[in-house]
Design a protein around this ligand. Structure first.
Ligand code: FE2
Length: 228
């Protein structure tokens, strides 16, 4: 993706999010230079990879295959191993109408995926088979706001604004907006996007950036290059 497109997506996402009364934390609006100036005090942001995350899954077709994410908070894998403390994470995301987040599962992370407003959030769901691949046979059982639902393998679960689903490790899921763009909340176990995403197709998790203009804000995938 071109950096100019990333910058445009950031501006549009911020406007969209604000229409629901949700406001991102202060660090969302720091420039790259401001982050660099404060690097001594923002280890908690850079280390936990909090912030802007826009992905086309490396395929260069963001409108069809892509996701906007902002990681608001993310706990400690050390705490998770220890069994206490900050074991949680929160993201705010946008799936545009008919923009697919491709089929994947997580190894460690359980996640509540919440329709915070806008269109209908559609999720295609499978269990894992013995080899860890999507199981085309067995019924999927998931909790939706505390109510168990069972559906055929590969069937589509549709969540209206206010509804959510709890996806456990091993639950394969692909999702997209229907009838409009959707503001999505994610409340989850500590998140490590470098190690915990298993995709069904051989695709990447992050975008390749073509630097055609300066970044408005850094993406989490920019942090290693900027801050080592
Ligand atoms: Fe996921």
């Amino acid at each position: 993706m071109k950096r100019s497109q990333v910058n445009d997506i950031i501006r549009a996402a911020d406007d969209f999010i604000r229409t629901f009364g949700y406001i991102l934390p202060p660090f969302a609006y720091w420039s790259p230079g401001q982050m660099r100036d404060r690097i001594g005090e923002i280890g908690g942001i850079v280390g936990a990879r909090l912030g802007w995350d826009i992905t086309d899954y490396g395929e260069g077709r963001f409108d069809e295959l892509g996701l906007f994410l902002f990681t608001v908070r993310n706990g400690s894998e050390e705490d998770l191993r220890r069994g206490g403390g900050m074991c949680y994470a929160e993201k705010i995301m946008i799936s545009r109408q008919d923009q697919i987040s491709p089929l994947h599962r997580h190894i460690v992370k359980a996640e509540d995926i919440i329709n915070r407003g806008g269109g209908v959030l559609a999720l295609k769901l499978f269990n894992s088979d013995a080899a860890g691949k999507p199981d085309g046979e067995t019924e999927v059982e998931v909790a939706t706001d505390g109510v168990l639902r069972r559906q055929e393998a590969g069937a589509v679960l549709r969540l209206d604004p206010g509804e959510s689903v709890t996806l456990m490790p091993g639950n394969w899921h692909a999702f997209w907006g229907e009838g409009g763009d959707v503001l999505i909340g994610e409340v989850s176990t500590v998140n490590n996007d470098l190690t915990d995403n298993v995709f069904n197709e051989p695709i990447g998790r992050f975008s390749e950036i073509d630097e055609d203009e300066d970044p408005l804000h850094l993406l989490v995938s920019d942090y290693p290059k900027w801050f080592g």
